[in-house]
Write a protein that binds this ligand. Structure first.
Ligand SMILES: [Fe+2]
Length: 86
């Protein structure tokens, strides 16, 4: 995660003079973070189920769904706005 955040900082610095591209770059960086979170929560849901902790699996599953929704919204913004300006 630290590497992903460092990469986002580098993108922000690289494209600070190009605001049209900056938005698209920052969205891509945010989506990498979301994908990392989706993979992590996905594994945790599986582990909770394997250990028969259904309530924990349900709570983690709700967070997993939120991460997926955020990723989906970022894709929508990228496709409908940010990338078309780039
Ligand atoms: Fe997230």
């Amino acid at each position: 995660m630290e590497g992903l955040l460092e990469e986002a900082d580098e993108l922000a610095e690289s494209f600070q003079e190009h605001p049209d591209v900056l938005d698209a770059a920052l969205i891509s960086a945010a989506q990498k973070v979301e994908h990392y979170e989706i993979a992590s929560y996905g594994c945790l849901v599986t582990y909770a189920k394997l250990m028969e902790h259904e309530q924990v699996a349900e709570l983690l599953g709700a967070t997993l769904a939120e991460e997926k929704e955020t990723d989906s919204l970022l894709t929508e913004i990228a496709v409908s706005e940010a990338n078309s300006r780039s």
